[in-house]
Design a protein around this ligand. Structure first.
Ligand SMILES: [Zn+2]
Length: 91
């Protein structure tokens, strides 16, 4: 449901997830877009699919993978999504 989401490591991931977008910790709300449909934990660099966080599913279900040291989010996603197959259309 809407509300703050915590990483599996306990770190606060986003302040709020709504149907319109996410509010990152200490940041301004970000409307959902394909390229911003992921959030990265600032502590352990786990990458989550925000689309899943929006629902009632546990945070583990939205875990895409973990960013490597020095890797940009785009690079991480390209690597993870390539190996993981079709991520779906956000449905
Ligand atoms: Zn974490």
């Amino acid at each position: 449901m809407a509300g703050s989401v915590h990483c599996r490591c306990g770190e606060l991931l986003v302040d709020e997830v709504t149907s319109a977008g996410v509010t990152p910790t200490g940041g301004a709300p970000i409307p959902f877009r394909r390229t911003t449909d992921y959030v990265v934990c600032p502590a352990c660099h786990s990458v989550y699919q925000v689309d899943v966080l929006r629902g009632d599913r546990p945070v583990e279900d939205s875990l895409v993978g973990t960013a490597a040291e020095g890797e940009s989010l785009v690079e991480t996603l390209e690597r993870l999504l390539e190996s993981g197959g079709d991520p779906g259309d956000g449905r």
